[in-house]
Each structure stands twice: as structure tokens, then as C-alpha cells.
Design a protein around this ligand. Structure first.
Ligand code: CA
Length: 345
């Protein structure tokens, strides 16, 4: 039995292209350990690395002077005090955009737990209290130095999992975020599929462009779902809502597989949920695997579980044991690490 298990591990190792860790599901800290500390702050990244995650995520947007910074949104008013620091600098829709401020201005802001843009209330009321302690924005370079620095002092090799936010919108503002980010990544040694990193993006046209025009050679993940960017309303630069879930259909996946190494779907897209029937995996993971694509769904949150799963434990069982995903994004990555450790026994 033991020998057979070893053989299976070896087979997995060979199928994964010789990298032992690639055969194991990976745990990606979604905006850091954002379930415990304000998203994308360096403390949230430190906590995730301390938990033992495989990758930490960075969402990246550009400033007015073209500096890539780590922020989930092109707007910065739901996680910072920009409206009180720089009153009158909102666009006509009342929102404050990173790209309207220089890095020297943005570095003065204080970061807090995410609030709802309309109500000002915490999006996740059980999490870190809004406005407590001191947190700041940081640049992509500062984050790469941070991860590489902690990797050195801990003797670890935690990877980065970077999302290019709204490339189309950035181009409409006169900035090419992909070109800027790829230059920084290359300078820090993130270039090929052997380097510990992924780049992810919702915009399929940009995924294609990264390969066809920009010569990107690293691992690339096509994000799939509903997203808040891409469509540009002429002058006022309000981002629109888009939906690229058609890419989950067999023809869509086949097209994605020509450019990407994996997909990042919403975890709800991986299951057939019918009233009164047991939840079953949909064909997405199987179809993606048949095309050689890894599947890293978003997002496991112990305080915001899809109703069909009931508990976080059941959600993780559905994802890993029944659907067979290759990794997950998690706001509470310690919960996933604990599950995987128990499941491997
Ligand atoms: Ca993201």
C-alpha cells in the first residue's frame, strides 16, 4: 500500500512537470490574510506567510505618476481616508481614483478595513475594526521586497499571485499597466514558469495580449466571473460591470487554454446546485483539467459562505475532495491549511 501511494505521488510529480509542490493543492492568501487584518496591507501579508500559505495575492493599479501600487480597486475611497485628506478630488461620480493621485500623495493616506461605498459600514462586521491602529498603502516593489525579504529570513519560497486590474480602463487613462508591471516583475526575478509566481486577469483580450504581444513567459491565469471593470463610459471613466462566464463553457475553456495555464472561477461556478438535490461538481474542473488548465477558484471566507455549502468544512470538502481543484484563494487561509493538513493524513 505504501509503495503504491509512493508510486502515485511520483506519477503526480511527473504529471506536474517535475515540481513536487505543484501536485499538492496550493493555498493563496486572498489580499493577504484579509479575514483578519485590513486587505492588502503588509501586516496582512505577513500574517498569511506566518500561517504557511504557498502564495500571497497582489491586486495592482497605477498612480497618476505611473507607480504600480497594491490595491483591490481602481477607486481607493472604501479602504482609505482619501476623502478627508484630499476633499474635492473625487470624480463626477463621487469616487476617488488612485490614478488621480501621485504616489507621494497616496503614501500619506491611512488604510482601514473595507467599508461599503454607499453606507460607510464595514463590509465584514466581524473582522478587524474600521479605523483602528495604523496601516498604509504600499507600492508593488515594496511588496515584492517584503515577500522576498521574509522568504530569505524564514528560509521559505512563498510565491506571489498578481492580478492586473482593469488594463483596458488603464489604457483609456493613458497608462499601460501590463507593460509597467511586467518590467517590475522581471526586475525582481519573476519571468518564467519556473519562477514562483502567477499573473491573473479578468480581461481575456489582455490575457491574449500578454502572450501574443508582450511576450509574457510566466504562468498565466484567466479569471472568470462577474467583474467591475472593462467597459468605459466615454468621459467620466466610470468602470462598468462585465461578465465573462461564457469562458467556462467547453469552447471558452479551449480558447483560454491556448493562452493561459489555469483559470480562476468563482467557487459557486464549480457546482450544480438544484433545490432538494445534493450539490454536485459541475463539469468545469474536469473539462479544464482535460485541457491541462489548473483551477484556482475564489474565494473561501469563513464569514461569508455560499448557502449551498453550509459550513466552511463542507465547502472545502466540496472543493478539494469532490471537485478536485488545484488550489483556492482564501480570506482565512489558516482554515484551508488546517483542512488540507487533516485531509492528507
Ligand atoms: Ca484579486
Amino acid at each position: 500500500m505504501k509503495i503504491m501511494k509512493r508510486g502515485l505521488i511520483l506519477l503526480g510529480w511527473l504529471l506536474a512537470g517535475g515540481s513536487l509542490s505543484a501536485a499538492q493543492p496550493i493555498v493563496i492568501a486572498h489580499r493577504g490574510a484579509s479575514g483578519y487584518l485590513p486587505e492588502h496591507t503588509l501586516p496582512a501579508k505577513a500574517l498569511a506567510i506566518g500561517f504557511g500559505v504557498d502564495f500571497v495575492e497582489q491586486d495592482v493599479v497605477l498612480t497618476k505618476d505611473g507607480v504600480p501600487i497594491v490595491s483591490h480597486d481602481i477607486e481607493i475611497d472604501t479602504v482609505t481616508d482619501v476623502a478627508t485628506r484630499f476633499p474635492g478630488r473625487a470624480r463626477s461620480n463621487g469616487r476617488y481614483y488612485a490614478i488621480d493621485f501621485t504616489w507621494d500623495e497616496l503614501r500619506q493616506l491611512r488604510v482601514h478595513e473595507r467599508v461599503n461605498a454607499q453606507t460607510g459600514e464595514a463590509v465584514y462586521p466581524q473582522r478587524f475594526p474600521v479605523g483602528r491602529s495604523t496601516f498604509a498603502l504600499h507600492t508593488l516593489e515594496e511588496e515584492l521586497q517584503f515577500v522576498q525579504g521574509v522568504n530569505r529570513s524564514l528560509g521559505r519560497n512563498v510565491g506571489i499571485y498578481l492580478e492586473l486590474k482593469a488594463p483596458l480602463w488603464h489604457r483609456a487613462q493613458g497608462r499601460d499597466i501590463s507593460v509597467v508591471v511586467l518590467e517590475v516583475l522581471a526586475r525582481y526575478g519573476y519571468v518564467t514558469k519556473d519562477d514562483p509566481f502567477f499573473v491573473q486577469c479578468f480581461e481575456f483580450e489582455e490575457v491574449k495580449r500578454l502572450r501574443d504581444e508582450l511576450g509574457f513567459r510566466g504562468r498565466l491565469v484567466q479569471l472568470i466571473g462577474r467583474y467591475v471593470e472593462g467597459e468605459i463610459h466615454a468621459q467620466d471613466a466610470v468602470a462598468g460591470r462585465k461578465d465573462n462566464t461564457a469562458l467556462l463553457q467547453p469552447e471558452g475553456l479551449a480558447e483560454v487554454a491556448r493562452y493561459a495555464d489555469g483559470i480562476g472561477p468563482a467557487l459557486t461556478a464549480l457546482f450544480d446546485v438544484k433545490k432538494g438535490k445534493p450539490v454536485k461538481p459541475s463539469a468545469v474542473v474536469k473539462n479544464a483539467h482535460a485541457l491541462g488548465l489548473v483551477v484556482h477558484p475564489y474565494t473561501v471566507r469563513k464569514d461569508a459562505q455560499p448557502k449551498f455549502a453550509g459550513t466552511t468544512e463542507r465547502m472545502l470538502e466540496l472543493l478539494f475532495r469532490e471537485a478536485g481543484v488545484d488550489g483556492v484563494f482564501a480570506d482565512h487561509p489558516d482554515v484551508v491549511l488546517d483542512y488540507l493538513q487533516r485531509a492528507s493524513r
